[in-house]
Ligand binder design. Structure first.
Ligand SMILES: [Zn+2]
Length: 124
């Protein structure tokens, strides 16, 4: 009986190799799945950051809207040189935080001329 028990508990060499091979495959599949999940999370995070950050075009639209509000409030005077201080009452974000995502610099410009960004291709 003792001999029979030890024979049953010892794994068959072929079955043992198959089990080891199967475990290696399972670990490889698990590693690939983890890599796919991590890449998907990083892509999702990048898309989330890109969509949540205001675009340059939306900043230019906001600046232009503030210029219109300033023009209405000032009664049409002093529109040739509009300053940051003139727009601040209508800016929902402080001027220093209004940033082009590509590092361009905004110019308010005079009334009737669209605000501009120094980055090539960024227009209203
Ligand atoms: Zn820009």
């Amino acid at each position: 009986m003792r001999f029979l028990n030890s024979a049953v508990s010892r794994p068959c060499p072929e079955t043992h190799e198959q089990n080891v091979s199967m475990k290696k495959k399972q670990i490889t599949i698990l590693a690939v799945l983890c890599a796919v999940v991590i890449v998907a999370l990083l892509v999702g995070l990048a898309v989330f950051i890109r969509t949540c950050r205001p675009s340059c075009a939306s900043n230019l639209v906001h600046i232009d809207t503030c210029k219109e509000q300033f023009a209405l409030a000032s009664g049409g005077t002093n529109l040739s040189e509009i300053s940051v201080e003139d727009l601040e009452p209508w800016l929902d974000t402080p001027w220093r935080e209004l940033r082009c995502p590509k590092g361009g610099i905004y110019s308010i410009n005079e009334y009737g001329v669209d605000p501009t960004c120094s980055h090539p291709g960024h227009t209203l």
